[in-house]
Design a protein around this ligand. Structure first.
Ligand SMILES: O=C(O)CCC(=O)C(=O)O
Ligand SMILES: [Mn+2]
Length: 202
């Protein structure tokens, strides 16, 4: 079931659905959550394997959920920590706004514009077919770009603090997305992507 407000337009011209909800948190609340998450999240530097080489990312990540879900991305498997009180609050808010259910969240901490995320789609097996992914931004504003896998058409938007973006339908099948690095940004940003893990590995 979806309860998307009728005023929301699909940002994608074809092959998927991306909705921008704008700011769902007032500035003070967005600041509050940013500070709490900086303190409370068990931030880790990821080891990813790129072209067979083991690389430690500057960007830090956190992986949380309702259960100790295992999640594999960039060939690294991690076990989720259980929701912190503020993550549970944010999950509840995002479920209310989107009308969808989420059981896990991948957090990214970009210390400055020197850190970003390269082109990818969130198409891991654990997410199932046509996953809905709700992305909440905190901290400094960054540019987010979607690119169609075959036509190469690009859609760009700015993600300010407290704003929510929802990707769903066939978006991950046909589009990649990225957070470009930029010299213009010196402040940190936290991004939370709420996801729904389909199967629990023991
Ligand atoms: O930081 C962002 O806005 C994007 C994060 C992302 O694409 C991901 O975690 O898969
Ligand atoms: Mn992604």
């Amino acid at each position: 079931m979806e309860i998307l407000p009728e005023s929301l337009n699909n940002l994608l011209p074809y092959d998927g659905e991306v909705y921008f909800f704008g700011k769902i948190l007032p500035s003070k609340k967005a600041d509050h959550y940013f500070n709490r998450l900086m303190e409370d999240i068990d931030w880790r530097q990821d080891e990813v394997i790129i072209f067979g080489k083991r690389i430690i990312t500057k960007r830090k990540t956190g992986w949380y959920g309702a259960e100790e879900f295992e999640y594999t991305y960039s060939r690294i498997t991690r076990k989720a920590k259980i929701w912190t009180p503020e993550l549970k609050e944010l999950k509840d808010l995002i479920e209310e706004k989107t009308g969808l259910k989420f059981n896990s969240c991948l957090l990214n901490l970009y210390h400055s514009g020197e850190e970003g995320m390269s082109w990818h789609s969130d198409a891991e097996a654990e997410l199932g077919k046509n996953p809905a992914i709700a992305s909440l931004s905190l901290g400094t504003t960054r540019k987010f770009v979607l690119k169609h896998k075959t036509s190469k058409e690009k859609i760009e938007l700015e993600l300010p603090p407290g704003s929510l973006l929802l990707m769903q339908g066939e978006t991950q099948k046909y589009w990649v997305h990225s957070l470009p690095k930029t010299k213009k940004v010196t402040e940190p940003r936290i991004n939370l992507t709420f996801r729904n893990i389909q199967k629990i590995k023991k």
